[in-house]
Design a protein around this ligand. Structure first.
Ligand code: GLC
Length: 564
C-alpha cells in the first residue's frame, strides 16, 4: 500500500505512543518445569511467539516474591523473584532475550499495599523504630459497651471491612484489598523513598517501565471519617456499600504520579541508550481524573498511559453503534492535546472479549482495538479468542474475592475463569504444562481452540490479529487523522487519513443481525473500498473490491478496508 515511510514519522512518534502492549499473566502463560504453574523460563521460551506475531512490548503481571494470596499482587519482597517463577538470573535472561527480539518489558508495580509477610509490615507491627508508620494503623473505636470496632465503615474492594485487628500491635490496620494486603502509608516519606528504590532497582535491570497497580487507592483522607452510603446495597460488607470519597481518588494521588513521572524522566535522561521509560496506570476512575493523570490543568505531565477501560466497563454485548462512537469520542475529547490515546480490550480482572460480546465478535473487537489511533492493550489469549471458563467449580476456585463471597455467589465475582492457562496446542494441558494438575484447570475447549490449530487453519482469529498488527506498521496507522461516525443504529465506521495517502476504513456491525449500509456519505468521495482485513467467517476476502454504497455486513462482522 502507498504510505508514509518510517523516516517520515519516526521523529515525532516515540515507541510507546503507538505500540501494542501484550499483557502476560505469568502464572498461566507457559510452565517450563512441569509444576503446573507458569514461570519466567516459560515466558522466555515464548518470546519468539510474541515477536513472530508482531508484538514489540509486553507487560507482565507481578513476578515478585509473594505468598500468592492475591496471586502476586501481595508482594513480600519487591526486589526478589517469586521462586515458583524462577530466579533473578531467569529474569535477566528474559530481559536479554526480549531485547534481542525487539520486545520491551514493562513490570507490574504494586505500590498501594504489600503482603502482610513483607518485613516492612512485620517491623511496623512490632513498632520497630523507622517502621512505625509504614502502614495505616488505628486504635479503632471503643463503644459504650466496651467492644472495640474499626475506625470507620469502609469496606474492602474484596468484601468485608477494610480494617483488620492486629493482635501483636493491638491496633487495626487498613487493607483496601485482602487482609493479607496491608495498605502502605504514602504520607510517610520513608515509604515513598523505599518505593523509589524499588523502581530504580528494576529500571537498572533494563525494564522499559511500569504498569502501576490500583493507583487511585494510594491515599486516604487523614480524618478517616465514615463514608456516605451509596444506597446501592444493604450489605455493609460489600464494596458497593459506600461512596468512596475518603478512601479513593484523593488529590494526593496525582502528586505521587508526578513524582514517579519525574523519576522515570530523570532515569531516561541519564540512560539514553535505551528507549524512553514509561508508566501505565491502573485506575477505574472518572474521565476527568484520568485526563488529569495524562496532564493536569497546570500542564504537569503524569502517566504516559492512564489505562482507558471504557471498552470493558462502558460498552457491553448489547451496546449499539452510538455507544461505541460515544465511548471512543469521549476519551479523545477529554484527553489533553498532544498525548497518546489508549484502548484496553481485556485484562486478568475482567471477562474476556468472547464472553463479554460473544465469540462472533472476536475479530471485530480486535479490528476496533488495533485500528484506532494510539496504543492498544491486549490480554494474553485474546488474539485466539479464548473464552472464560465459567463452569470452573467452587473446589477449583482460588481467587480471593470469589472465596470471600462463598459458594453461592462466587461465579459472579471470580476472576479465575479469565486466568486459565494459555491454549498453545491440543497436547496435554493445552501444551501449557506437563503437570498432572495445573494451578487452574485448562478450559476444556482447548482441543479445538488453540494456537497450533489457528496457525494451521486457512483463516483464524490469530491470523486476523497478526494481519492487523502488520497493518499497524504502516505510517497511516501511526499518524493518520481520525474520524468516527455511527452509520446506522448498529453499524459504525471510522477513518484514518493523511493528505495524499490512501485512507484506512474500519466498519463494524455490533448487532446480531445482518446489516446493509451505505458508506458513500461517510467517505464523501466516489472511491472504491478494497478489503485489507476480514474476519474468520467473512464472505469477503482480502484484496476484494467492494461498493461503498451498499455494503452487507454479517452479524457482528468487522471489516478493515483501504480507500483507493
Ligand atoms: C489490581 C489488579 C488486581 C489486584 C488488585 C489488588 O486491580 O489488577 O488483579 O487484585 O489490583 O492489587
Amino acid at each position: 500500500m502507498a504510505g508514509l515511510v518510517k523516516s517520515d514519522t519516526e521523529d515525532f512518534i516515540d515507541w510507546w505512543q503507538h505500540t501494542v502492549f501484550y499483557q502476560i499473566y505469568p502464572r498461566s502463560f507457559m510452565d517450563s518445569n512441569g509444576d503446573g504453574i507458569g514461570d519466567l523460563k516459560g515466558i522466555t521460551s515464548k518470546l519468539r511467539y510474541l515477536a513472530d506475531t508482531g508484538i514489540t512490548a509486553t507487560w507482565l503481571s507481578p513476578i515478585f516474591q509473594s505468598p500468592m494470596v492475591d496471586f502476586g499482587y501481595d508482594i513480600s519482597d519487591y526486589k526478589a523473584i517469586q521462586p515458583e517463577y524462577g530466579t533473578m538470573q531467569d529474569f535477566e535472561e528474559l530481559i536479554d532475550t526480549a531485547f534481542e527480539l525487539g520486545i520491551k518489558v514493562v513490570l507490574d508495580f504494586v505500590p498501594n499495599h504489600s503482603s502482610d509477610q513483607h518485613e516492612w509490615f512485620k517491623k511496623s507491627a512490632a513498632r520497630e523504630p523507622g517502621y512505625e508508620d509504614f502502614y495505616v494503623w488505628h486504635d479503632g473505636i471503643v463503644q459504650e459497651n466496651g467492644t472495640r470496632v474499626p475506625p470507620n465503615n469502609w469496606p474492602s474492594v474484596f468484601y468485608g471491612s477494610a480494617w483488620e485487628w492486629h493482635e501483636g500491635r493491638e491496633q487495626y490496620y487498613l487493607h483496601q484489598f485482602t487482609k493479607e494486603q496491608p495498605d502502605l502509608n504514602y504520607r510517610n516519606p520513608k515509604v515513598v523513598q523505599a518505593m523509589d528504590d524499588v523502581l530504580l532497582f528494576w529500571l537498572n535491570k533494563g525494564v522499559a517501565g511500569f504498569r502501576i497497580d490500583a493507583v487511585n487507592h494510594l491515599f486516604e483522607d487523614e480524618s478517616l471519617k465514615d463514608e456516605p452510603l451509596s444506597g446501592k446495597t444493604g450489605d455493609s460488607l460489600s464494596y458497593d456499600y459506600t461512596e468512596h470519597i475518603y478512601s479513593r481518588d484523593l488529590p494526593e494521588v496525582l502528586e505521587m504520579i508526578h513524582h514517579w513521572r519525574q523519576l522515570l524522566d530523570d532515569f531516561s535522561a541519564k540512560h539514553p541508550e535505551r528507549p524512553t521509560r514509561i508508566m501505565m496506570t491502573e485506575a477505574y476512575a472518572g474521565l476527568t481524573q484520568l485526563a488529569d493523570y495524562y496532564e493536569d490543568s497546570n500542564g504537569v505531565r503524569g502517566s504516559h498511559l492512564p489505562f482507558n477501560f471504557h471498552f470493558i466497563t462502558d460498552v457491553k454485548g448489547d451496546s449499539d453503534a452510538r455507544d461505541y462512537v460515544y465511548n471512543v469520542e469521549k476519551w479523545l475529547i477529554y484527553m489533553p492535546r498532544g498525548h497518546a490515546a489508549n484502548w484496553v480490550m481485556g485484562n486478568h480482572d475482567n471477562p474476556r472479549v468472547a464472553s463479554r460480546f460473544g465469540p462472533a465478535s472476536v475479530d471485530a473487537m480486535n479490528m476496533l482495538l488495533l485500528t484506532l489511533p494510539g496504543v492498544a492493550v491486549t490480554y494474553n489469549g485474546e488474539e485466539l479468542g479464548m473464552v472464560d471458563y465459567r463452569e470452573l467449580s467452587w473446589e477449583d476456585t482460588v481467587d480471593p474475592p470469589a472465596r470471600n463471597v462463598g459458594e453461592e455467589l462466587y461465579q459472579e465475582v471470580s476472576r479465575d475463569p479469565v486466568r486459565t492457562p494459555f491454549q498453545w496446542s491440543s497436547e496435554t494441558n493445552a501444551g501449557f504444562s506437563t503437570a498432572t494438575k495445573t494451578w487452574l484447570p485448562v478450559h476444556p475447549n482447548y482441543l479445538e481452540l488453540n494456537l497450533e490449530a489457528q496457525k494451521a487453519a486457512n483463516r483464524s482469529h490469530y491470523q486476523v490479529y497478526k494481519d492487523l498488527l502488520e497493518l499497524r506498521k504502516s505510517a497511516i496507522m501511526r499518524v493518520g487523522r481520525f474520524n468516527i461516525e455511527p452509520l446506522t443504529r448498529w453499524v459504525f465506521a471510522f477513518k484514518r487519513s493523511y493528505p495524499n495517502f490512501e485512507s484506512i476504513i474500519t466498519v463494524i456491525n455490533v448487532s446480531d443481525k445482518e446489516q446493509l449500509v451505505d458508506l458513500s456519505e461517510f467517505l464523501s468521495q466516489p472511491k472504491k473500498l478494497v478489503v485489507e482485513v476480514s474476519g474468520v467467517d467473512s464472505k469477503y476476502q482480502p484484496g476484494q473490491s467492494l461498493a461503498a454504497s451498499a455494503l452487507l455486513l454479517a452479524a457482528r462482522e468487522g471489516l478493515v478496508c483501504r480507500l483507493v
